[in-house]
Design a protein around this ligand. Structure first.
Ligand SMILES: *Cc1c(COP(=O)(O)O)cnc(C)c1O
Length: 392
C-alpha cells in the first residue's frame, strides 16, 4: 500500500512538539488572532522574503481578500488560468469581478505570458497566475506586462510554499501572494488555514481589517468585512511545522529527481522545471495518453494515483455561465486529458518511488503485445478509486 499522501506519518515524526504547542494554546485561553498568529505572520513573511503577512482561515479567503484589498470588484476583469483548483476562479467571482482565462504553456503548465495581452480589455484590473504543482509561473514577463498596463498581480501560491523564481520566493514578486495551509498542502495546518504576503503595507492593513469585520479598532467598523480570522491552534501548529518545511521540501525535490531518473526510459512526459525555478513538488505529475490504464495498474498494486486536474475550470458545470467551450484553451484541455499524479510527500521512501515506477514499467512492458487495452476516460471513476481525498 502506498497512499497518495500520509499525514499521520508526518504527525508521528513531530508529535511531542505539536502536542505541546496545542496544549499551550488550550491552556492560554486565547483562541483566535492572538500571539501565535502574530508570531506565525512574522515568521512566514520572513520565510517568503516578503515584508508583511496576514493569516486568514483558508487559501480561498486569502485570494478573496487579496482581490478586495487591491480594489477589485464588480465590472472588473481578472486574467487567470483554468488549469487550477476551482478556488482560484471562485475567489474572483466572490469579489464580483469576472475571470478571464488564458491558456498555459505546454512545457511549464503555468500561465503563458504570450497569451496575456490579447486578453486585456479596458476593464482588466489584475493578472492572477497560479504556481501549479509547486512550479512558479514565468513572473518576469507577467510583471512587465502588468506594469505596462497598470495591472495588479496576485500570485496564487497555494501549492508553492518556498518555491523560487530566479532566487525570489513565491508570493513576494506580485503585489500580493496567497497561500493555503489546507492539511495536504506542503505546509499544512490541522484544519483550514491561509495567508497573504505582500510588500505593500496598505494592502496588509486592508486585509487586517477585511478578515476581522472591517474593524480598524474594536467596534469601529470602517469597511464591510468578513470573519476570515485564523485560529491560534492552527498558527501554533504551523509555527512548529515552519521549522521543518525546508527539510520536507528538499525531500520532495529529491523524490522528484528520483522519479525523473527512474521514468527516463518510459513513455511519460515528465515535469521540466525551467532554469529559473525551484520547484517544490506539491504534486509530481507526468503526462500519458494512457493515464487511465496507468492509474488502474497502480490501483491494482495498492498504489494511489491522482489527476490534478481532470476537468479544467472553464469546462466545469458550475462555471458554464462564463461562456467557455471545449476547444477554447487547447493546451489546458490537453493537459487535463493526460495528466497523472504519482504519490509524493516528504515521508515517502525512495524504495516506494522505485515500487511506483516498477509498477508503471510492468504496464509499459505489457503494451507492445497489446494485452492491456485502455478503457474509456472517466475522470469521475478515476477520482473515486484513487485513495487520496484531496491532494490540494
Ligand atoms: C488549495 C488551493 C486553493 C484554495 O485553498 P483552500 O485553503 O483550500 O481554500 C486555491 N488555489 C489553489 C491553486 C489551490 O491548490
Amino acid at each position: 500500500m502506498i497512499p497518495f499522501l500520509d499525514l499521520k506519518a508526518q504527525y508521528s515524526a513531530i508529535k511531542p512538539e505539536i502536542d505541546a504547542a496545542v496544549a499551550r494554546v488550550v491552556s492560554s485561553g486565547h483562541f483566535v488572532l492572538g500571539p501565535e498568529v502574530a508570531v506565525f505572520e512574522e515568521r512566514f513573511a520572513e520565510y517568503c522574503r516578503a515584508a508583511h503577512c496576514r493569516a486568514v482561515n483558508s487559501g480561498t479567503s486569502a485570494l478573496h481578500l487579496a482581490l478586495l484589498a487591491a480594489g477589485i470588484g464588480p465590472g472588473d476583469e481578472v486574467i487567470t488560468v483554468s488549469m487550477t483548483f476551482v478556488a482560484t476562479t471562485a475567489a474572483i467571482l466572490y469579489s464580483g469581478a469576472r475571470p478571464v482565462f488564458v491558456d498555459v504553456d505546454p512545457l511549464t503548465w503555468t500561465m503563458h505570458p504570450g497569451s496575456i495581452e490579447a486578453a486585456i480589455t479596458p476593464r482588466t484590473k489584475a493578472i492572477l497566475p497560479v504556481h501549479l504543482h509547486g512550479l512558479m509561473a514565468d513572473m518576469d514577463p507577467i510583471m512587465e506586462i502588468a506594469s505596462r498596463h497598470g495591472l495588479v498581480v496576485i500570485e496564487d501560491a497555494a501549492q508553492a510554499h518556498g518555491a523560487e523564481y530566479r532566487g525570489r520566493r513565491a508570493g513576494s514578486i506580485g503585489d500580493v501572494g496567497c497561500f493555503s495551509f489546507y492539511p495536504g498542502k506542503n505546509l499544512g495546518a490541522f484544519g483550514e488555514g491561509g495567508a497573504i504576503v505582500t510588500n505593500r503595507p496598505e494592502l496588509a492593513r486592508r486585509v487586517s481589517m477585511l478578515r476581522d469585520w472591517g474593524q480598524e479598532t474594536k467596534y469601529n467598523h470602517v469597511i464591510p468585512g468578513y470573519n476570515y480570522r485564523m485560529d491560534e491552534i492552527q498558527s501554533a501548529i504551523l509555527n512548529v511545522k515552519l521549522d521543518y518545511i525546508e527539510r520536507w521540501t528538499e525531500a520532495r525535490r529529491s523524490l522528484a529527481d528520483k522519479y525523473n531518473a527512474l521514468l527516463s526510459d518510459l513513455p511519460f512526459a515528465r515535469p521540466q522545471p525551467p532554469r529559473y525555478a525551484r520547484h517544490v513538488y506539491h504534486v509530481y505529475a507526468v503526462r500519458s495518453p494512457r493515464r487511465h490504464e496507468a492509474l488502474t495498474l497502480l490501483r491494482d498494486a495498492g498504489i494511489a494515483g491522482g489527476i490534478h486536474y481532470p476537468v479544467p475550470v472553464h469546462l466545469q458545470t458550475a462555471y458554464a455561465e462564463l461562456g467557455y467551450r471545449a476547444g477554447d484553451l487547447p493546451v489546458t484541455e490537453m493537459l487535463a486529458n493526460d495528466f497523472l499524479s504519482l504519490p509524493i510527500y516528504p515521508e515517502l521512501l525512495p524504495e516506494q518511488a522505485v515500487e511506483v515506477v516498477s509498477t508503471l514499467r510492468n504496464a509499459a512492458a505489457r503494451r507492445p503485445n497489446g494485452v492491456v487495452s485502455d478503457r474509456a476516460e472517466d475522470p469521475q471513476n478515476v477520482m473515486t478509486w484513487s485513495h487520496n481525498r484531496r491532494a490540494s
